[in-house]
Design a binder for this molecule. Sequence first.
Ligand SMILES: *[C@@H]1O[C@H](CO)[C@@H](O)[C@H](O)[C@H]1NC(C)=O
Ligand SMILES: *[C@@H]1O[C@H](CO)[C@@H](O)[C@H](O)[C@H]1NC(C)=O
Ligand SMILES: *[C@@H]1O[C@H](CO)[C@@H](O)[C@H](O)[C@H]1NC(C)=O
Ligand SMILES: *[C@@H]1O[C@H](CO)[C@@H](O)[C@H](O)[C@H]1NC(C)=O
Length: 509
Amino acid sequence: MMRRALLAISLLILLPFVVQVYSIDDSYVDCERVVNKWAQSSAENVKTEDKLTLKDLLFFLHIPRTGGRAYYQCFLRKLYSLDKECPRSYDKIRFDLSKPNCNIVVSHDDYSLMSKLPKDITSVVTILRDPVERVFSMYEFAVEVAARFLVHPNLTSALTSKVKPKSSRMVSTLDIWPWKYLVPWMREDLFARREARRLGKLKRSALSDVYNTEDVVMPLHEFISHPIAHEIIHNGAAFQVAGLTNSSYLDDAHEVRRCVRKHPSLGQFVLEVAKGRLDQMLFVGFTEDHKKSARMFASMVGLQVLSRSKSAPSDFQPQSTNQKNVGSSAQVVTDKAAEGTNQANSIGDKVFTATDTSSPKGNMTAERLMRKYEQLMRKYEDCIENSHKVQKSRHAMSLKRISPVNFTKEARHLVPDSMLEEMKILNSLDMELYRHAQSIFLQQQILMEDHDKQTKILAENVPVEIDAPRNFLLLLVTLVPLVLFFIVVMFKRSCCIKYFYVAKMKKAG
Ligand SMILES: *[C@@H]1O[C@H](CO)[C@@H](O)[C@H](O)[C@H]1NC(C)=O
Ligand SMILES: *[C@@H]1O[C@H](CO)[C@@H](O)[C@H](O)[C@H]1NC(C)=O
Ligand SMILES: *[C@@H]1O[C@H](CO)[C@@H](O)[C@H](O)[C@H]1NC(C)=O
Ligand SMILES: *[C@@H]1O[C@H](CO)[C@@H](O)[C@H](O)[C@H]1NC(C)=O
């Protein structure tokens, strides 16, 4: 009796599952196989110990609107000479691998670009941002760039009068993914709304929420639920790190994308692959914690580049080679007023290093290394300050064209909570990836503090001549496993330290 009752109860409990299993259509099963196969083949099995050693090629995987430009313009461009830059980083056409022996790629390309790069000698870095903030920023930037076209009387005239870039090195925002899709979309929309307003078809909205002024700009809620936003923006970081954007180099990327969009639960596979990739990266930065991130980036990447600057005689190049390669390297500049200054900034005063012919020959001492490093950081700060000024004025100029809409930090607070919730749900993979990145960031922080101490000791007791880069790397290499071991032990002992720090960081950010 008892048994029968139990059986009946368990059947009742199991019934929904049984029914569900049989009602799942084939395509879920097919899709799961496709996505699973992709995930298996994408799993990383690189040794973690040497992930902190900067390899010959640095791939900066730039997720749009995470502030990567600052690292590129103000740091990497001063660290690497132009001829070390792989041609047409950020280009309209796909990445061009015709230039051998370049050392740096900065691109909005997704992780699948790695399939075109020498994987064993490539380090990857990236920056993540709070997903909700990133969506806001994508929206605002798309509108802002599109609004610049409103100087034209109509869309036809905006489309026909193409602004020619001043030099072949300039790449317009409109040629760069994802802006080449988002800006034309917003541009068309802005002109349509202006026309409708003129014809009296759109009533002036009361300006309480600038993210919802439909007589001027596509409201945010309309933007985030549009198919293009689903295609490009939502979970964009996870897809980019997983190598699954619309412009992936992977053959089965389109099928995997289609499957994940049809069956959102399969997104977990994407997330796991993306997390694994972050784990292997040389550096993961945070937009929200820019100062700390930049300092970390400088000590992880900058110090290693500087310490090697005298290592290989083959690095020595006469000045003329620099000039020849200027034409093949791309620079993202869209602002006419800023072109002159930006260019001067990025080509002129550089601290580098790899082709530095001015400094005396000889070994890099710890002292010299620190001097160069500090010099680099000063240049960085100046550059950041300048670029903020330029951006602020451009921002104001663009916003004038869609007045009274004015995107400010304060205005974001007026957006209803329900919409923020919706943005979080639409970006659930990115939310999780962001949380994962927070714990990586914490580990980096511990590593760096230790590393800083070591460098300081070295700099203070200089009599040691460092045979760069070997000694420096030796230091890193001996230090890193130790610290990693320490982290593992600590984390095992108390899971909660991590969460304590994460919570603390959240509060601070
Ligand atoms: C667009 O503006 C240009 C320049 O003012 C004008 O010549 C053209 O007729 C306009 N086109 C339309 C469709 O209104
Ligand atoms: C996606 O890729 C296809 C084919 O590569 C292209 O035609 C389409 O314009 C792209 N769409 C977006 C939104 O990226
Ligand atoms: C550089 O260091 C190596 C090894 O410490 C030493 O043999 C060499 O003489 C040094 N060269 C110069 C120019 O100081
Ligand atoms: C937007 O708001 C900022 C700060 O409140 C203000 O300084 C700026 O002038 C405003 N811009 C426009 C175009 O209204």
